[in-house]
Design a protein around this ligand. Structure first.
Ligand code: SF4
Ligand code: SF4
Length: 425
């Protein structure tokens, strides 16, 4: 597509073209510095570069084409929204940008300043008219996870006319599971009403199959990272995880499986993206939405390699599959409800399974240490950081807890802390 056709598309989406140009310019430079400067990348990384370079271009064009064919676009902010149902309603699901300090001042007019950067970002992208995904959505799905998000949706809802909020329980007892199942049903009804498509057993089975295949590809990739030397950088896997929320799921799955084939060849030749002496670090905590690449860049440019992400833009999104044995819509809805109730988000209380998951993941991936990542003002993950640290130190796994936001102001200070941690490893 020509540059002028892109501009026309963005104009039709009512983006602020000047501010949008500025955003793309900054992102392009940031991307070049962080990703293109890496040595020994796999050739499959070309797919990642292409998707990212076209994230506001070709992908948006595809979404507009899908809309022209009558498909509906569903935007999400959290891994609790069941993509299986979205696909079964012949709709497209996309994660919405919330990883940059865009429109921060405007966002701070709607939510308190001491709100996490992710929340301010999704509000800011909307208010500053910067996100073509948000503007393409027929329905935006929020969820009652942390208090910050819950209250932010009240303010955000005044600026969009298509917000739908799912109630996510806070505990995992039988009553909570019942509540969640009823929310899954309510979402199904909302999708059917929006799309005019009936979610039949056949359609739902296919939706489950497609999303399970996507998660299997991500599981395969994550398992390969246990190899020493590690075959792929953490930065590139973060991109994979970020793209998993944007790209067409079938194309994404095929491309990630190709990447895994290439990685297997590399492992068989005992080759790595770094030497086997490089300290191996696992990240744990808050999600890193596009284009939040700060910490992985700081860690890997300090001489370590990231081998896992215990995060929603990571294994929290891919760890569990939906049971595929259900035949009726009811059985499949039960399987979906059960799968999503396994998510170990810090918004749950208690959430002890997360401690087990962090520990076992660190062991399986042969991590030398864990860096806990929390966004500033994120109550759920900063609370859990204390427990995670205690669990890991009891198992002789070194860890470092950091709190940061999207600005680069603390980059030097963070780098010093990371370097000191790596020396200790
Ligand atoms: S951390 Fe919790 S609230 Fe945030 S995306 Fe993950 S599941 Fe959703
Ligand atoms: S990072 Fe923390 S505070 Fe921010 S939306 Fe997620 S759970 Fe809520």
């Amino acid at each position: 597509m020509s540059e002028s056709a892109y501009r026309e598309m963005w104009e039709n989406l009512d983006l602020d073209l000047e501010a949008h140009d500025g955003l793309l310019e900054v992102l392009g430079k940031f991307y070049g510095d962080i990703f293109m400067s890496q040595q020994g990348r796999l050739s499959g990384a070309e797919y990642l570069d292409f998707v990212l370079s076209e994230v506001h271009g070709l992908r948006i064009k595809e979404i507009q084409d899908a809309k022209a064919e009558g498909k509906k676009i569903i935007g999400t902010f959290c891994v609790f929204v069941p993509e299986e149902l979205t696909l079964a309603a012949n709709a497209v699901q996309v994660g919405l940008c919330s990883g940059a300090d865009a429109g921060k001042e405007q966002a701070e007019q709607l939510v308190p300043r001491n709100t996490c950067a992710l929340i301010k970002s999704f509000i800011g992208f909307k208010l500053a008219k910067l996100c073509p995904f948000t503007e393409s959505c027929d329905m935006i799905v929020g969820e009652t996870t942390c208090d910050g998000k819950k209250k932010a949706y009240e303010a955000f809802g005044e600026h969009v006319d298509n917000l739908y909020v799912m109630e996510v329980p806070q505990r995992k007892d039988e009553a909570d599971r019942k509540l969640w199942k009823s929310e899954v049903l309510r979402y199904k009804d909302a999708l059917e009403k929006l799309t005019g498509v009936e979610i039949t057993a056949e359609r739902l089975k296919e939706g489950i199959r497609i999303v399970n295949e996507k998660r299997r590809a991500l599981q395969r990739l994550n398992a390969l990272r246990a190899a020493v030397p590690t075959p792929i950088s953490g930065r590139d896997v973060l991109l994979v995880n970020q793209i998993s929320f944007y790209d067409d799921p079938v194309r994404f799955t095929a491309k990630i499986n190709e990447l895994c084939d290439e990685i297997e060849g590399r492992i068989a030749r005992k080759e790595g993206v770094v030497s086997e002496k490089t300290p191996r670090v696992m990240l744990a905590g808050c999600p890193m939405a596009v284009p939040n690449w700060k910490l992985p860049w700081l860690v890997e440019s300090s001489g370590a390699v990231i081998v896992g992400e215990e995060s929603c833009i990571g294994t929290r999104n891919s760890r569990d599959l939906v049971d595929e044995s259900g035949q009726t819509v009811e059985e499949m809805l039960d399987a979906i409800a059960d799968r999503y109730m396994n998510i170990d988000c810090a918004c749950f209380t208690p959430n002890d399974e997360r401690l087990d998951n962090v520990e076992s993941m660190a062991k399986e991936l042969n991590a030398d240490g864990v860096i806990q990542y929390a966004l500033m003002f994120c109550q759920p993950y900063t609370h859990e950081a204390i427990k995670v640290e205690k669990r890991l130190s009891g198992k002789d796994i070194p860890s470092l807890a950091i709190e940061t936001d999207y600005s680069m102001e603390d980059a030097e200070q963070l780098k010093t802390r990371v370097e000191a941690f790596l020396e200790m490893l």
